[in-house]
Design a protein around this ligand. Sequence first.
Ligand code: ADP
Ligand code: MG
Ligand code: MG
Length: 245
Amino acid sequence: APAVEVRDLHVRLGGAPILTGVDLTVAAGEWVTVIGPNGAGKSTLLRAVGGLLAAPGAISLFGTPSEALPRRHRARIVATVAQSPVVPAGMSVLDYVLLGRTPYIPPLGRESAADLAAAHDVLGRLDLTGFHARELATLSGGERQRVFLARALAQGATLLLLDEPTSALDIGHQQEVLELVDQLRRENGLTVVATMHDLSIAGEYADRMVLLSEGRVVAAGPPREVLTEDHLARYYRATVKVLNG
Ligand code: ADP
Ligand code: MG
Ligand code: MG
């Protein structure tokens, strides 16, 4: 079964249609990046796939209807990094990353050596060695964004849902983070569904792209077919030349 199957998804919020008839199939091990202008519905789509919005009958994960997945099972297979995660006050980086281990830790605070090792491993791989005792709120935007990703990676899930995971990062860290996710994908067979803001490197890290506009899929396919000047002009009203052929 595909990792993600979305069939004719309709979402209304605040009385308005936000997603209209969205279809999306993501094979296990595939990386699909959803793009589209501000307000197109990218975050809403990711939230629905992650089970944060009810969408009965429209979404299956690994062959199971989303609403039939037990909570803890979902927490083990799906890791989500929201666009603007809440920053809990007074929490250290290590404690935050350990939240990713919650599905495996019966009483909180009783993490095992393996949980700690998983947390320190991802912190190292995200260039955050030495940050573990810092209070999360004191980090720069880019450092914090890497900690959010570290939490998700420490979770050890098979499906990563990343909502603009690099929007606060400099170009070097963008590449580093996307390379790391890609490497983990190849090593561990992860499936990645991301939304991306900066299109300049987005195409290099996606097998396929989906272009959303006003809640509908208007293009889907390999990056070179989606990131066309015509699409950028039409849907982003952008005249800059991006990418990527
Ligand atoms: P994107 O991530 O592509 O920028 P979003 O999915 O965040 O877009 O939002 C899509 C549209 O839905 C936007 O116009 C946004 O204002 C609207 N929207 C999102 N959440 C709600 C809500 N809870 N109530 C009403 N409108 C919402
Ligand atoms: Mg937005
Ligand atoms: Mg968004």
